[in-house]
Design a protein around this ligand. Structure first.
Ligand code: NAD
Length: 296
């Protein structure tokens, strides 16, 4: 028999992920503090719950897809939260990108209640959430992972168990550091080209198949030259991830000089009212420094 799934957090990512589980034939109970998101997913066949507690009461597996650590703590450990309604032996899969140490902290409390937990953040963004082709990086015990691998596979084209609880989020932070630094490198280089009087798009075409080529360059350069900074992945969410990366780096004794610089560049854009831009909009920081605009 298919496991009953609870889904908490029906935002840009959570909504299409929940819809894919419904399409795959799973029985879903859903909750979000935003009632209109609940109504939308309920119209497609999910049952509505009035709290995270009620979701847990009705589910074998509870998935959370929330913005950051405090939201996951509130939904799981808070009043009317998952722990208050959890069935013994149920499994919490937190798919939000949060601080790895918080995943470990929540997992310890969850286990005291006889539940299990995996941290399973995703990479891929809204289009891949819609297509069910996310990359999921998982931390937690292998025997728990095996019980829910089939469910995770509905939402993803790759599901990788990386290690113990918290490892999923460490992997996601590594991913976010690499992406942020790539965008900054691209921005610095393309402003140099523009200022030197060489068409940045031609520079991109000339170098994309060489060592400097990257998925980031291919994804962001066409948008930059069209001046399209519609998200995608918002700068404010990337600030959140870099703050979590820096905090983790400080905790474990891994200094992160480049990440801290790029985080401050993003803070400049936030102060300039651009927190809602796509993270490819980081180039606007360099453009302001050099008083130039990269374009076709
Ligand atoms: P979002 O802000 O669109 O959605 C979050 C949802 O959580 C909202 O609907 C909000 O109402 C709900 N919520 C907040 N607190 C709640 C609570 N206590 N109880 C119930 N519901 C609550 O965010 P998103 O873009 O869907 O991102 C979710 C997570 O996925 C984040 O950690 C983000 O970093 C990560 N992520 C996002 C992307 C992306 O491209 N958007 C890509 C990969 C990973």
């Amino acid at each position: 028999m298919k496991k009953k799934i609870g889904f908490i957090g029906l935002g840009i990512m959570g909504k299409p992920m929940a819809i894919n589980l419904i399409k795959a034939g799973y029985e879903l109970t859903v909750y979000d503090i935003n009632q209109s998101a609940v109504e939308e997913v309920a119209a497609l066949g999910a049952s509505k719950a009035a709290s995270s507690k009620e979701v847990a009461e009705k589910s074998d597996v509870i998935i959370t897809m929330l913005p950051n650590s405090p939201h996951v703590k509130a939904a799981v450990l808070g009043e009317n939260g998952v722990l208050e309604g959890a069935r013994p032996n149920s499994i919490l899969i937190d798919m939000s990108s949060i601080a790895p140490l918080v995943s470990q902290e929540i997992a310890a409390k969850v286990r005291e209640k006889g539940m299990e937990m995996l941290d399973a953040p995703v990479s891929g963004g809204e289009p891949k959430a819609i297509d069910g082709t996310l990359a999921i990086m998982v931390g937690g015990p292998e025997e728990v992972f095996k019980q829910v691998e089939e469910i995770l596979s509905v939402m993803a084209s790759s599901v990788t168990l990386v290690g113990e609880i918290g490892s999923g989020n460490v992997t996601k932070l590594a991913n976010q550091v690499i992406v942020a630094l790539n965008i900054a490198a691209m921005s610095e280089a393309m402003v140099l080209a523009q200022k030197s009087g060489v068409d940045p798009y031609q520079v991109y075409q000339a170098i994309r198949k060489g060592l400097a080529g990257s998925t980031v360059l291919d994804a962001k350069m066409p948008l930059v030259v069209e001046r399209n900074f519609k998200p995608g992945f918002r700068i404010e969410l990337h600030i959140k991830d870099l703050l979590n990366a820096l905090e983790t780096g400080h905790d474990v004794g891994a200094p992160m000089p480049l990440s801290s610089q790029v985080m401050e560049m993003m803070q400049v854009l936030k102060a300039d009212g651009k927190a809602g831009d796509d993270h490819g909009g980081l180039i606007q920081y360099y453009e302001k420094l050099a008083n130039v605009e990269v374009g076709k």
